[in-house]
Design a protein around this ligand. Structure first.
Ligand code: ARG
Ligand code: ZN
Length: 456
C-alpha cells in the first residue's frame, strides 16, 4: 500500500525534495455516519487498515458524522467498504486540491508594498497571511500605539522563528502611579495546528479590535490585561503555506538513518526520502503541540507513533513552543483568569478535561461563563457553537494546552474553541469568512471579559 502512495501520492510528493508542494488532486472528502457500535468499530478499522490512504479530519463517533479524506487510488475501495457495511456517506468535497486553490486569494509583492505604503502594514483580513505579515502588523501596532501595545518574544520555534506574545494594557490615567497592576488577565492563542488557518487570523482580528477600536472597547481594554499569541506553531503554519496545506504538527525532525530500501519499507516510523541523488530513510516529522503538554502526557487519545497526526512527541514538553508558553503562563498565572486556545473546525466551545471523562469541580462556573460567550456569538452571527466538555463533545485527548492551563497553571476559565465551520469547507474556510468569524469570536471573548469584570 505504501508503494503506490510513496511514489505518486501525498507522501510521494513530500519525498521528492521536501519543499515541493504536496498536491491533493482528486482527493475526496467523505462524510460517513456510524449508526451502530459495529459500524463505529468498522470505521475505526478503516482508519487502521488504510492509514496511508485515508485521513480523518474529525473523529469517528456514533450517530455523528465523520469527515474522512480519501486518496484517489482508494476512493472506490473506501466507498465499497462503507456500502458493504451499510454505513451511509456523502461526498462533501470532490477535489480537495481545487478547494485549496480557491481558498486564499494571492497577494503579489507589489500589492503588499502598496498596502504597506498606505496603511503602514499589509494585514488585510481578506486573505490568510504569512507569518512575516503578522509580525509586521504587530510591529506596526506596537510602534503606533506604544501606550497600549507591547510584545514579548517568549522563545523561538524549532526552526528559529520568534514566538511572540502581544500584551495590550490600556490605562485611563497616564501617570504611572495610578496604573493598576492588579488587573485580571486574559490569554488568547491561535495557530497551534498549522492547517487551521482561521485561528491565527481570528486572534489578529481580536488584536485589531482591542487596539485600533480602543475607544469602542475602552472598558475591557482598560479593565483587563490581554495576552494574545496569534501563532503558536509558526514552523508548521509556514509549511502549510509553502508545502503541505493540510499539515497539522510542528516541523521538528527525528534523526536520519541510512538503510536499504527493502529493509525498512513499510515501517511505520518514517518514510523514504530522495534528495540530491541520495536516498535515505527519514523519521516522520512533527509533533502535535496539543498532545505535548506535561499533564497526563501520553495517555488516552495521543499517539507514540511519530507518523501519526496526534504524535505526542518523544517526551512531554519536547517542543520549544509548548515549553516557552508554559513558562510564560507560569510567570503570569496569578493574573490570568481566562485561557482560550483557538482551533478549527466544528463550532464548539470546549471545557477541560480532554484526558478524562471526569468533570471539573467548577464545571458549572465554566459552563456559565461559556454560555455567556456562545450566546454573544449567536447574537452576532446567528451561528451556533456547541458548549460542553472536550471529551464528551469530541474524544479523549491527553497532553492538551487547556488541560495543563487548568490542571497545572490553575487558570479558572480555560477553554478550547473550535471555530468555523461545521464542515462545508473544513480547514479550507474561504478567506471571505475571516471577518465574519473574527466578529463572532470577538463578541464571545468580549462578553467573557465584561462578565469577568462584573464578577470582581
Ligand atoms: N481539536 C482539538 C485537538 O484535538 C481539541 C482539543 C480539546 N482539548 C483537549 N484537551 N482535548 O487538539
Ligand atoms: Zn486544532
Amino acid at each position: 500500500r505504501l508503494g503506490i502512495n510513496a511514489l505518486f501520492g501525498r507522501e510521494g510528493n513530500a519525498l521528492l525534495g521536501g519543499t515541493s508542494r504536496v498536491k491533493y488532486t482528486n482527493y475526496q472528502l467523505l462524510r460517513a455516519t456510524a449508526r451502530t457500535d459495529a459500524q463505529l468499530q468498522e470505521i475505526k478499522e478503516l482508519k487502521q487498515e488504510m492509514s496511508t490512504d485515508v485521513s480523518f479530519w474529525t473523529p469517528a463517533k456514533k450517530n455523528a458524522s465523520t469527515d474522512i479524506m480519501v486518496a484517489p487510488e482508494a476512493v472506490e475501495e473506501v466507498k465499497a467498504f462503507l456500502k458493504k457495511r451499510d454505513i451511509p456517506y456523502e461526498v462533501v468535497i470532490l477535489d480537495v486540491q481545487q478547494m485549496i486553490s480557491l481558498q486564499n486569494p494571492k497577494m503579489s509583492k507589489e500589492q503588499r508594498e502598496v498596502l504597506r505604503g498606505q496603511m503602514g502594514h499589509s494585514m488585510t483580513f481578506k486573505r490568510y497571511h504569512r507569518y512575516e505579515d503578522m509580525l509586521n502588523y504587530i510591529d506596526y501596532l506596537a510602534a503606533t500605539y506604544p501606550q497600549l501595545v507591547q510584545y514579548v518574544n517568549i522563545g523561538k520555534s524549532t526552526n528559529g522563528l520568534p514566538l511572540k506574545v502581544v500584551k495590550i494594557s490600556g490605562n485611563s490615567s497616564s501617570t504611572a502611579a495610578e496604573k493598576k497592576s492588579d488587573k485580571p488577565a486574559i490569554w488568547v492563542d491561535g495557530g497551534t495546528h498549522a492547517r487551521e488557518w482561521i485561528s491565527p487570523a481570528a486572534v489578529l482580528y481580536i488584536l485589531k479590535q482591542l487596539v485600533e477600536n480602543y475607544k469602542v472597547n475602552k472598558r475591557i481594554v482598560e479593565g483587563v490585561d490581554w495576552y494574545l499569541m496569534p501563532l503558536v506553531n509558526p514552523d508548521g503554519y509556514e509549511y502549510s503555506h509553502t508545502t503541505d496545506r493540510l499539515w497539522r504538527k510542528t516541523r521538528s525532525k527525528g534523526e536520519e538513518e541510512e538503510g536499504e530500501e527493502e529493509e525498512v519499507y513499510g515501517r511505520k516510523e518514517g518514510k523514504w526520502r530522495r534528495r540530491g541523488g541520495r536516498v535515505f530513510w527519514e523519521k516522520c516529522e512533527g509533533v502535535d503541540l496539543n498532545r505535548n503538554w506535561d499533564f497526563h502526557w501520553g495517555e488516552r487519545g495521543s499517539s507514540d507513533d511519530p507518523c501519526d497526526e496526534t504524535y505526542a512527541g518523544p517526551k512531554a514538553f519536547s517542543e520549544p513552543e509548548t515549553r516557552s508558553i508554559a513558562e510564560f503562563l507560569m510567570v503570569n498565572r496569578d493574573k490570568l483568569k481566562v485561557f482560550i486556545s483557538l482551533h478549527s473546525y466544528a463550532q464548539m466551545w470546549l471545557l477541560p478535561w480532554g484526558y478524562t471523562r471526569a468533570i471539573l469541580d467548577d464545571h458549572d462556573d465554566l459552563m456559565e461563563m461559556g454560555r455567556v460567550a456562545v450566546d454573544a456569538i449567536q447574537k452576532v452571527s446567528g451561528n451556533n457553537y456547541d458548549l460542553g466538555g472536550a471529551t464528551s463533545l469530541l474524544y479523549h485527548s491527553s497532553g492538551g494546552a487547556d488541560d495543563w492551563a487548568k490542571g497545572i497553571a490553575d487558570i479558572k476559565y480555560t477553554y478550547t474553541v473550535e471555530l468555523r465551520d461545521t464542515g462545508s469547507y473544513g480547514f479550507m474556510l474561504p478567506a471571505s469568512q475571516i471577518i465574519p468569524t473574527g466578529k463572532e469570536i470577538f463578541a464571545g471573548v468580549k462578553a467573557i471579559a465584561k462578565s469577568l469584570l462584573t464578577k470582581l
